[in-house]
Design a protein around this ligand. Sequence first.
Ligand SMILES: CC(C)(COP(=O)(O)OP(=O)(O)OC[C@H]1O[C@@H](n2cnc3c(N)ncnc32)[C@H](O)[C@@H]1OP(=O)(O)O)[C@@H](O)C(=O)NCCC(=O)NCCS
Length: 152
Amino acid sequence: MWRLVQAAGTLELNSPYLYLLMATDFGGTCLLAQHQGQSAGAVIGYRPPREPEAAFVWQVGVLPDYCGQGLGLQMLTAWRQLPANRDARWITATVAPDNCASRALFGALARQLGAPLAVQPHFTPDQFPIDHPAEPLLRIGPIPRDESAHAR
Ligand SMILES: CC(C)(COP(=O)(O)OP(=O)(O)OC[C@H]1O[C@@H](n2cnc3c(N)ncnc32)[C@H](O)[C@@H]1OP(=O)(O)O)[C@@H](O)C(=O)NCCC(=O)NCCS
C-alpha cells in the first residue's frame, strides 16, 4: 500500500509503519487491485469508531497507467461490498477542494449507489501543524438498502 500511494502521486505519503498498522488492524477494510500480478490501485479505509454506520475512505489511488479506465469506481464498489463494510449506510472521505479526479470519483459512486453526496467543513488549514490545504468531509448516504437496483 505504501508503494502504491507513493507511485499514485497526488496522495499524501505516510510512514511505512502506518500502512503496516492499517494492514494489521484494518486489513478487512483495505483493498489492493492487481493486474497481471502487479498492484494497480488501492483503497485504504476503516470504520470510524464514533460513527459505526459509516465506512471511511482514507486513501484511494490508481497508478497513472490505469487512471481514467473505471478502476477507481470498480475498486470503491468492491471495497463497499467487503464483509467488513457491507452494512455501512454512509461512505465518508476527506478530499481537498482542488482534487477534481477524486471529487468526480466519489460523485460517480454516489450516483451508482443512488445516494446523496454532501460536503461539509472538517479539517481546516489551522488544525495542521504544517502548511496543508483544508480537507472537507464528503458524505455519501444514507445508502438505500436496495442500492443494487442502481448498480450499473
Ligand atoms: C482519483 C483516482 C483514484 C480516480 O481513479 P480512476 O480509476 O481514474 O477513476 P475512474 O476511471 O473510475 O473514474 C471515476 C469518475 O471520475 C472521473 N474522473 C477520473 N479522473 C478524472 C480527472 N482527472 N478529472 C475529472 N474527472 C475524472 C471519471 O470521468 C468518472 O466519472 P463519470 O463516471 O462521471 O464519467 C485517480 O485519479 C488517482 O489515483 N488520483 C491520484 C490520487 C488521489 O488524488 N486520490 C484521491 C484522494 S484520497
